[in-house]
Design a protein around this ligand. Sequence first.
Ligand SMILES: [Mg+2]
Length: 228
Amino acid sequence: MGPIRALIFDVDGTLAETEEAHRAAFNAVFANEKLGWTWDVDRYRDLLRTTGGKERIARYLAEEGLGLPPERIAALHRMKNDVYMEIVRGGGAPLRPGVADLIAEARDAGLRLAICTTTSRVNVETLLDVALGPDERALFSPIVAGEDVAAKKPAPDAYVLAVARLGLPAAQCLALEDSRNGVLAAVAAGVAVVACPSLYTAQETFVGALAVVDDWRRLDWRSLAQSR
Ligand SMILES: [Mg+2]
């Protein structure tokens, strides 16, 4: 394999512990609406097995033997998304340790930087603008977001598109992920991937990953490039 010429970053759990901001947003809405519900880390880890915010609320209701009309669930979810954006704008989803240094090192070494996520474009851009500033955000090209692909990770679609837009062979790209689904997506697209588990993926396994680090500060992509 040739040298690494691009780093492709996942967003949620990789750049930042965004699920903690999502959980805080759910809890703020539940409190504002005087529902008396609180999701702690363990409960939320379990609820995360269900994809989609509305679906997650519905599952919680079912588990608790509660009922709400679908339109009320939809309204709660809209409120939650608004609160989530406020939290992110307020700096409530900071970059994980080591991420800013990785970005700076890669930029200085002339590597391309890309984003490959299945969250929405507005969420990604807001997070990057707050954490890095608009100038640094512009270093990331392409930004492949949820709107760009029909099939979410673990399907390879988002990575296939990111590699195509980079215009590089997949073998010259290195993906950074925090979850099993993300690792599977990268591998299926022929992209080597390094995993660093996040708060909500620590119990997962990362079969197929080139390496697993417990902290992004321990990722040395230069020596990784030589060893693969
Ligand atoms: Mg992730």
